[in-house]
Design a protein around this ligand. Structure first.
Ligand code: ZN
Length: 337
């Protein structure tokens, strides 16, 4: 059993090591680089009633970015601002928005009036939209501060880095617990050894928040997002290739045990994981066209996660949820504040 666990950890480390090696490689190969899209063309053209009715305006980020990456980079990472490990709560990862409980509920409802007076945002929905009642268990397992950092308002050269957020999907290639253990292990020696995702989804569907959404998790090394606005990537360190980390929200699915290896596929993810992923992604407000995978953004040619992912199933579930911005990916430009 112990041997099995060690083996799993070793494989996961291998997965992460590949990222680390890839960001060291200045001669990155071009790879497939195709962003994933909805299961078919029709889906991408359809805006669901939920999206059309409920999509809120992008909120003002509560926290400021760092202005510009230091050059030369600091020898040691410093604790990010506005994160208190001893007092961290769910609201640091997701601002809960109350969705109207029934289609009939109106602003004349006394309960809603009370909530409005307390400033809790309420998402209105079309009476025609039936919301899933699904609600995953949520956990907090904050990464050690050496494994993530600030997002920057400008790139290394001082050019504004105003990319809209993207979601990058991954898999752990090990148990969720061994991934959490790795992220909570200090990595002091240099920036390249930082490893983290923003959130993990266990096999049972539980969502584990690891890095606050206004911070930069280190989920991808040498990487580019190829979307409708062209190639998007941000250079934040003179010693490494640019990456999508500055504007990415990284979500990782716990791999089934038959996938703790480098095979091309495995038995896939659970129904609860797909539900939780749709639930979580909807709460970021990120459009389908900006939801991608590690495999698609990677430029090292070595990443293929998430393997055996059912895109059609995920995007089908995602459409059932109203888009919200409970999870604010990004931060305010400090020079504009
Ligand atoms: Zn990955």
């Amino acid at each position: 059993m112990k041997k099995k666990l060690l083996n799993a950890i070793a494989l996961f480390s291998l997965c992460v090591a590949t990222v680390i090696i890839s960001i060291h490689s200045s001669q990155a190969e071009m790879l497939e680089g195709v962003r994933i899209g909805p299961a078919n063309a029709n889906q991408s053209a359809v805006v669901t009633p939920a999206n059309a009715t409920d999509a809120p305006a992008a909120p003002t980020p509560a926290y400021a970015c760092a202005l510009q990456p230091p050059n030369p980079p600091p020898k040691k990472p410093t604790p990010p601002a506005n994160v208190n490990p001893g007092k961290i709560s769910l609201s640091r990862f997701r601002q809960v928005t109350r969705v109207a409980a029934t289609p009939e509920e109106t602003a004349t409802n006394p309960a809603e009036k009370t909530e409005l007076s307390q400033g809790t945002p309420i998402v209105r929905r079309s009476p025609a939209v039936v919301l899933p009642s699904y609600s995953p268990k949520e956990e907090i397992a904050l990464a050690h501060y050496t494994n993530y950092g600030e997002r920057f308002a400008r790139d290394l050269y001082g050019k504004p880095a105003k990319n809209d957020p993207i979601i990058v999907l991954h898999e752990t290639v090990a148990t969720a617990q061994s991934a959490v253990n790795l992220f909570q292990t200090p990595h002091f020696w240099d920036d390249s050894s930082q490893v983290s995702y923003h959130a993990l989804i266990r096999r049972n569907g539980a969502v584990i928040y690891v890095v606050p959404p206004d911070k930069r998790a280190f989920g991808a090394g040498n990487s580019i997002f190829k979307g409708s606005q062209g190639d998007e990537t941000v250079k934040t360190n003179p010693d490494f290739p640019p990456s999508v980390n500055n504007f990415a929200y990284h979500i990782s699915l716990e791999t089934p045990s038959d996938g703790f290896n480098n095979a091309y596929r495995h038995s896939g993810y659970t129904a609860a994981q797909y539900q939780s992923l749709a639930w979580l992604a909807a709460r970021t407000g990120v459009p389908e066209s900006r939801i991608t995978t590690h495999k698609a953004v990677d430029r090292s040619g070595s990443r293929m996660d998430p393997r055996s992912f059912d895109y059609k199933r995920f995007f089908g579930l995602l459409k059932a949820y109203p888009r919200q911005t409970e999870i604010v990916i990004g931060c305010a430009d400090p020079s504009a504040v």
